[in-house]
Design a protein around this ligand. Structure first.
Ligand SMILES: Cc1cc2nc3c(=O)[nH]c(=O)nc-3n(C[C@H](O)[C@H](O)[C@H](O)COP(=O)(O)OP(=O)(O)OC[C@H]3O[C@@H](n4cnc5c(N)ncnc54)[C@H](O)[C@@H]3O)c2cc1C
Length: 301
């Protein structure tokens, strides 16, 4: 199918974009156009019929990629492959780079943005899961040009989607660097390469004197939004990093502790997703623990 007719506005600044989207002519029915990789198919299927698309990819003040020792900032124009292919990004935030390799296909990652994926909040998307694991923070601009920073936990606090309405622009996302004594892991089950995750997990484990000192476990695909498995994280504390007997039990607790009922769709039943979620959490946690075991890494924190 072809999209329903719409107006197109090419914004030259972040504020111009937010104000154009909020103009009364559109009756609240405006959408920001970033990489278009989710938006254009939705238009073509006529799932959505916005009155106007506000193109944000030509706004010089919506940055691309900023790297620092403490982390990386993906501006709203930063495409996924920019981080995936950067050696420096891997040194700072290898968990995000590992997850990006699971996102769609290289051609899509060349156009799709990191921030657009957070805004889209697809249930099987990988980037929101990493954002949850690393407590990423997201900057949002309103129609007055005011900027607010919220953390990923708040962005994905609802059972599905984000609480940010289409009138607010996500201007950037900050992902912290992994620390020198921190290992990471990402695992996923998908129907075939290039598909969204049926289930996936992002984990990080900090080791101190041979024991687990801190753990992050984020689970995606099981529900409409990713969640942090707080009970499982607590269960791992103080565990011996050289053994992995606690890992399977932690994975079970992580999935049992889901805040929402598991979802079912044409690809998988809720029971199948739950069983597979235990496996991906276990695998991601094992990778993180192994990497932590061989810490310290050169570099950060
Ligand atoms: C065949 C195919 C397979 C895919 N597989 C995967 C996959 O496996 N995993 C995965 O994670 N993704 C997958 N994607 C989606 C892809 O990663 C998208 O690039 C991403 O979800 C959206 O990024 P975008 O820049 O293209 O956003 P767009 O498509 O331009 O926008 C998506 C939505 O977010 C809104 N939006 C975008 N940017 C902002 C912003 N800065 N502020 C506020 N709202 C904004 C738009 O208005 C729109 O509603 C797939 C896409 C395709 C076509």
């Amino acid at each position: 199918m072809k999209p329903a007719p719409f107006h197109y506005y090419r914004a030259d600044s972040a504020l111009a974009a937010v104000q154009a989207a909020a103009a009364p002519d559109w009756n609240g029915n405006a959408r920001f156009l970033a990489g278009g990789q989710s938006l254009v198919p939705a238009l073509s299927f006529r799932d959505i019929r916005p009155a106007v698309l506000v193109d944000i990819m030509h706004c010089p003040d919506l940055g691309r990629l900023d790297l620092a020792d403490h982390g990386l900032v993906a501006g709203a124009r930063c495409v996924q492959s920019e981080i995936e292919c950067s050696v420096a990004s891997r040194a700072v935030c290898p968990l995000l780079v590992d997850a990006l390799r699971w996102v769609a296909l290289p051609q899509i990652r060349n156009c799709g943005t990191v921030v657009g994926s957070l805004a889209q909040a697809n249930p099987g998307a990988e980037i929101p899961v990493v954002a949850m694991a690393l407590n990423a923070t997201i900057e949002i601009m309103d129609v007055e040009g005011r900027r607010e920073t919220i953390d990923a936990g708040k962005l994905f606090a609802n059972q599905s989607g984000t609480f940010v309405g289409p009138a607010k622009l996500l201007t950037s996302a900050y992902f912290r660097a992994l620390r020198h004594n921190e290992g990471w892991g990402f695992a996923e089950i998908q129907l075939r390469p290039g598909h969204y995750a049926l289930v996936c997990a992002a984990t990080a484990v900090v080791v101190s004197e041979g024991r687990v000192a801190e753990t992050s476990i984020s689970v995606g695909g099981l529900n409409s939004n990713p969640y942090r498995a707080a009970s499982a994280e607590a269960f791992t504390l103080g565990r011996d990093i050289l053994t992995d007997t606690w890992i399977t039990e932690a994975a079970r607790i992580a999935v049992d502790g889901s805040p929402w009922a598991a979802r079912a769709d044409q690809h998988a039943s809720a029971e199948y997703r739950q069983a597979m979620a235990i496996i991906v959490v276990r695998d991601a946690l094992r990778s993180a623990a192994r990497r932590a075991q061989f810490a310290p890494r050169k570099g950060h924190g």
